[in-house]
Ligand binder design. Structure first.
Ligand code: ZN
Ligand code: MN
Length: 477
């Protein structure tokens, strides 16, 4: 490609808290009757005083630590001044030069290689209200006004949409692992802003296009495609691209010019006079650090290196808490560590299909990790055939009985009586004279066909190797 995209991200996350950032109103605004979650503070009435939400700040510190940031010993709130109908105070309380944290990184895998993306800062602020455009009127709902937001700002370290995708997904997993937010994008709990420009020389270009309010990772991908094409076309035509803010036109990824981008001077930031600066004790930071669980990137590579799990399977498992919880419980029960991959295959294949089909949460399903371990071990010991195992798993799923119980009750074990098997083989030979002729004329497909017939007769319970030996013995005798 002639041009190299240079991309940076800003992510807004709504931490899971009971109340809003600076008042006691409930933060669970989604889907509620408009203007029922409001008070003088979040309506910006004169004289109302903000009181910071400790839980939101601690969640911000937790995410910052999970993203390897340095927590500033002293942090403060600032007013970011701008006018917007859904911002009744005329400013947003945010953080300017002393955010909660700065200088971190997040590692994610892109095409199999780990890459570190630098995080500039993680800070806390408040959300605005919501404008609802109806016919020729604009209605305002202040339920969202003052809801806490954690903002994550990255360096312009991304050079492709694949990198952005890997980062966004890993970030969402970290947020969920640390129980900071459900990061449910359909509820607006995680939103993206994109800075994108094209470089010809590898140097930072002089312009930067910002696209705001992107509510899904797939739309984010489409916006990147669209902007790369649009900007390349303009540059090819000798146009000078401007510093500007663009908005989305629907979900197609297409963007529209909104305004020439403001610099930070336009916001006239100044310290929030109603909230004193914050100091974080070392003890508090250490306590929060200890609450951070093993994160997805470490977990994935531990599965690959220690459990010898394939990279793709490991990536799938770490993406969901249900999957990795089930997987880790199962692996503990395995007698043979080499079966971990088999266990993983059954988990992310057939078991996950069953739970999805019947809309059951994996951890609530009647199939326990122990059941799946037993299934994998029965297969390994040759006591169960793969073709039958699916049926057994379905019955375990329906009844909660163990695989061996199911096999006993439904007679689904491997056929061990050679006499009975020999009878079936003879019967198949007798009723397929044409295939027997073909076999004698050295047609290789004939034995495959006969083998298939025997497996069908035995409902897959016979050992195909033994069947083949029997067929050869009986056909040549
Ligand atoms: Zn309020
Ligand atoms: Mn922001």
């Amino acid at each position: 490609m002639k041009y190299q995209p240079i991309i940076g991200l800003e992510v807004h996350l709504q931490p899971k808290t009971k109340s809003k950032m600076f008042c006691g109103c409930s933060a669970k605004y989604f889907g509620k009757e408009p203007n029922t979650h409001t008070c003088p503070v979040c309506l910006g009435l004169p004289g109302a005083l903000p009181v910071p939400n400790r839980a939101a700040i601690e969640k911000c510190i937790k995410l910052a630590l999970a993203l390897n940031c340095t927590i500033l010993s002293e942090s403060k709130f600032d007013r970011k001044n701008y006018f917007y109908p859904d911002l009744p105070k005329g400013y947003q309380i945010s953080q300017y030069d002393q955010p909660i944290s700065e200088s971190g990184w997040l590692e994610a895998d892109v095409n199999g290689d780990a890459k570190r993306f630098r995080i500039t800062r993680v800070h806390i602020e408040e959300d605005t209200g919501k404008s609802i455009h109806k016919d020729d009127k604009t209605l305002l709902d202040f339920n969202k006004s003052g809801v806490p937001l954690i903002e994550i700002v990255t360096e312009p370290d991304f050079i492709s949409k694949e990198e952005v995708d890997a980062f966004a997904k890993r970030l969402r997993q970290i947020v969920r692992y640390c129980e900071i937010s459900d990061a449910d994008m359909e509820k607006g709990q995680m939103r993206f802003e994109l800075n994108i420009s094209l470089s010809e020389s590898g140097q930072l270009p002089e312009y930067k296009v910002e696209v705001k309010n992107i509510g899904s990772i797939s739309v984010l991908q489409k916006v990147i495609d669209f902007e790369i094409k649009r900007q390349a076309k303009a540059l090819d035509a000798g146009e000078k691209l401007e510093q500007e803010t663009r908005g989305l036109k629907g979900m197609s990824g297409e963007t529209l010019a909104q305004r020439i981008k403001e610099g930070s001077a336009d916001y006239r930031y100044f310290p929030e006079p109603d909230i004193p600066p914050m100091r974080f004790e070392k003890k508090l930071v250490e306590k929060i650090q200890k609450e951070i669980p093993e994160l997805p990137q470490e977990k994935k590579w531990r599965y690959v290196n220690d459990q010898k799990i394939e990279i793709d399977s490991a990536e799938t498992i770490v993406a969901s808490k249900d999957l990795f919880t089930f997987f880790e419980q199962g692996v503990q029960e395995l007698k043979d560590e080499k079966l971990a991959q088999n266990f993983a295959n059954w988990l992310i294949g057939d078991l996950r299909r069953l739970t999805k089909k019947h809309e059951v949460d994996l951890l609530d399903s009647k199939v326990t990790p122990k059941h799946l371990v037993e299934l994998v071990q029965l297969l390994k010991e040759g006591k169960l055939r793969t073709a039958i195992a699916k049926e057994v798993l379905t019955k375990v799923f329906e009844t909660g009985k163990s695989p061996s119980e199911v096999m006993q009750e439904s007679d689904l074990g491997v056929m061990e009586d050679d006499g009975e098997l020999e009878e079936i083989v003879q019967k198949v030979i007798d009723s397929n004279p044409k295939s027997v002729d073909d076999y004698k004329n050295k047609n290789e497909n004939a034995i495959k066909f006969l083998l298939g017939q025997v497996m069908k007769e035995t409902r897959g319970q016979a050992d195909p190797i033994i069947v083949k030996q029997l067929l050869e013995k009986l056909l040549t005798s």
